[in-house]
Design a protein around this ligand. Structure first.
Ligand code: FAD
Length: 367
């Protein structure tokens, strides 16, 4: 039995591991959880939080509480440097930690690329808590009746939901919202069924959210070039896809082409068998998966089995993703839009269902 297991990051899969450890922690195994925040925010509820459906405390898991109940030591710090061959992690609080087994579930960062020159008005969607706080500060700076031009860049489900939620949040504060959704050439919801895209485009049009299917490039603070137009923006929200954190590259662990940790079907590193990785930070080489919370959640049970199996030199299990993932998009009007393979639906009942699923998830881990 190895002596020390480190859970790096309080992501979705680690919540499942912590929950399991509450009743099944091997006494001889020391487990540490490293997280920069005592809270794990749930991205699926962020649009509802912005739109005013939830309070902040409804959308987060208390890592300190679940770690305590699981007999796990919580260290509030971020990893800044990882030496995989030496099995060493250097943390932001100056500590160095060694491990026998490591599980990485630290998510991803936001691709900012050509948007950075837009300056202070640029707001990456991650980390979610920083994003939410800065949004509130920026919104508070306006007086009722002011006009705010907000560009959301990114045509995925997160971009569409955030555009609708921000518009609703501004209107609730009696501001005139001029909201743009800039999607790149692929348009909205690339990879979803045409019927879903059609519904969403109608909805955005009805709400007065302009969709621009061109690439955005910042040219100076507050100014963007989009296709052949130049636009001045008060706020630019980047939901532009997942980027690997900088500390992975020098770690000496095998990385996939996209820069994330290369793992096999058992979510185990290709180069270091004592390392497991799940969620956005991992890339399956046998079966590329979307960077989506669904996989981080669903792989949690398998990760848990595999960490304990690896500790006892037992057989690992593969994570077998479902062929089609369910997406429920909060449309910030008391309704939600369902996308499940070729199927789509929209209505208040979809939002009720989404609310039930999301709040059940949070309740499962909070005391
Ligand atoms: C607005 C929005 C809505 C979304 N809605 C959905 C949805 O409805 N369905 C869906 O499937 N996907 C959704 N996604 C995608 C989803 O958020 C991600 O795929 C998912 O969060 C990835 O989960 P994870 O467990 O890998 O990482 P995360 O949930 O990002 O958790 C990572 C954890 O690691 C910690 N961490 C980060 N860096 C470090 C470090 N250096 N050291 C230590 N700890 C660290 C973080 O603080 C965090 O606690 C949405 C994304 C956004 C932005």
């Amino acid at each position: 039995m190895p002596k020390r297991l480190i859970l790096l990051g309080g992501g979705h899969a680690h919540l499942r591991v912590l929950k399991h450890l509450i009743e099944h922690k091997p006494a001889e195994l020391e487990v540490l959880l490293v997280s920069p925040s005592p809270w794990q925010y749930y991205s699926g509820m962020l649009p509802g939080l912005l739109a005013g459906d939830y309070a902040l405390q409804d959308c987060r898991v208390d890592l300190a509480s679940i770690a305590r109940r699981a007999g796990v030591s919580l260290i509030i710090a971020a990893v800044e440097h990882w030496d995989a061959p030496q099995r060493l992690l250097d943390l932001s609080d100056g500590r160095s930690l060694s491990y026998d087994l490591l599980s990485v579930n630290t998510g991803s960062e936001t691709q900012l690329g050509e948007l950075q020159a837009v300056g202070d008005v640029l707001l990456p969607i991650k980390p979610l808590d920083h994003f939410y706080q800065r949004c509130q500060q920026l919104f508070d700076a306006y007086a009722p009746g002011d006009t705010a031009t907000v560009a959301v860049v990114g045509g995925g489900a997160a971009g569409a939901e955030i555009a609708m939620a921000v518009q609703q949040a501004l209107q609730t504060r009696s501001l005139c919202a001029d909201t743009l959704l800039i999607t790149g050439k692929c348009g909205v919801l690339a990879g979803h069924a045409n019927a879903v895209k059609r519904r969403l485009r109608q909805l955005l049009q009805h709400k007065g959210i302009e969709v621009i299917a061109s690439r955005a490039r910042a040219i100076e603070p507050g100014r963007l070039e989009v296709g052949d137009k130049q636009l001045r923006v008060d706020l630019l929200i980047a939901t532009t896809g997942a980027r690997a954190p900088d500390w992975l590259k020098p770690a000496g662990v095998s990385l996939a082409k996209d820069g994330f940790i290369a793992v096999n079907a058992c979510q185990q590193s290709l180069s270091h068998p004592e390392v497991f990785a799940v969620g956005d930070v991992a890339s399956r080489v046998d079966k590329p998966l979307d960077k989506s919370g669904v996989h981080a959640v669903k792989a949690g049970g398998v990760l848990c089995h595999n960490l304990l199996a690896a500790a006892k030199a037992q057989t690992l299990k593969p994570y077998k993703p479902r062929p089609v993932s369910l997406y429920l998009l909060n449309t910030a009007d008391g309704k939600a839009l369902l996308s499940w393979g070729p199927l789509t639906a929209q209505g208040a009942w979809v939002l009720k269902w989404k609310h039930w699923l999301d709040s059940t998830f949070i309740r499962e881990f909070n005391e």
